[in-house]
Design a protein around this ligand. Sequence first.
Ligand SMILES: Nc1ncnc2c1ncn2[C@@H]1O[C@H](COP(=O)(O)OP(=O)(O)OP(=O)(O)O)[C@@H](O)[C@H]1O
Ligand SMILES: [Mg+2]
Length: 262
Amino acid sequence: MLSVVSIVPPTFNPAPAPVSADAGTWFAFDKVSLSLDGKSVLHEVSVRSSARRIGMVGRNGSGKSTFARLFAGLIAPTTGSVEVRGVDVAKDRRAALSTVGILFQNPDHQIIFPTVEEELAFGLLQQGVSKADAAEQVAQLLAQFGKSHWAPEAAHSLSQGQKKLVCLMAVLAMKPKAIVLDEPLSGLDIPTQLQLSRYLDDADAMLVHIAHDPDHIRDYDEVLWLEEGRLVADGAPAKVLPAFTARMHELGGGDALSDLAG
Ligand SMILES: Nc1ncnc2c1ncn2[C@@H]1O[C@H](COP(=O)(O)OP(=O)(O)OP(=O)(O)O)[C@@H](O)[C@H]1O
Ligand SMILES: [Mg+2]
């Protein structure tokens, strides 16, 4: 069992500042706790930020994907509240849809349409874009990624990495104000990772990027570290990532199987 208290020096813990969204705040979790099927998954997570690019790290099962689903309003907290750009994303689903985009960890959980072009057009049509305009925007997006030939392909016949790219394109097409990306680069080849990272850097959206590889978020504005459903560190990457990496190596260096996640 991981001792959360021993993971990082207490000075890294976020100050328990009162949380309420204001004009400069991108998002605010206020004492968010969540139980799923009777299991306590997140415990009193409070964080607010006005940073544009936020990274998130944590071991398997620490609650990162759950955090992402809460951030996108796909699930409601058991107690506490989640606001993104002033929108209570769990309560105001309509506003949430135009505010937050989410890239799921597993693209098979995201893709619902037979062809790539239908998958990419869906969000735009939901937003009220006409069929003709949606088709044009989809064609432009595919061309931007050099994937015009994917348009008529069966989305489910693509490889995992290719599906992931389709999902990301679908999210970007909707131009949300904030995007939560659940391990967006995992499983992608190096050129695609580099291309995607550049694209994300230029995206006109606030990002929460969940990653296991610290290199993917090293130049971000802020990094959150979750362990066992608790926020154990929140700060500059230069502070949080070395502590995280050291702790992960410490755990990985031990022989005790009880140190494995879960
Ligand atoms: N529907 C559910 N019912 C019960 N427990 C759940 C459910 N979904 C997730 N959990 C539990 O919540 C915890 C956090 O899961 P989550 O998927 O958020 O972790 P994670 O940090 O994203 O892990 P990974 O790095 O493996 O993706 C895990 O212990 C998991 O078993
Ligand atoms: Mg996950």
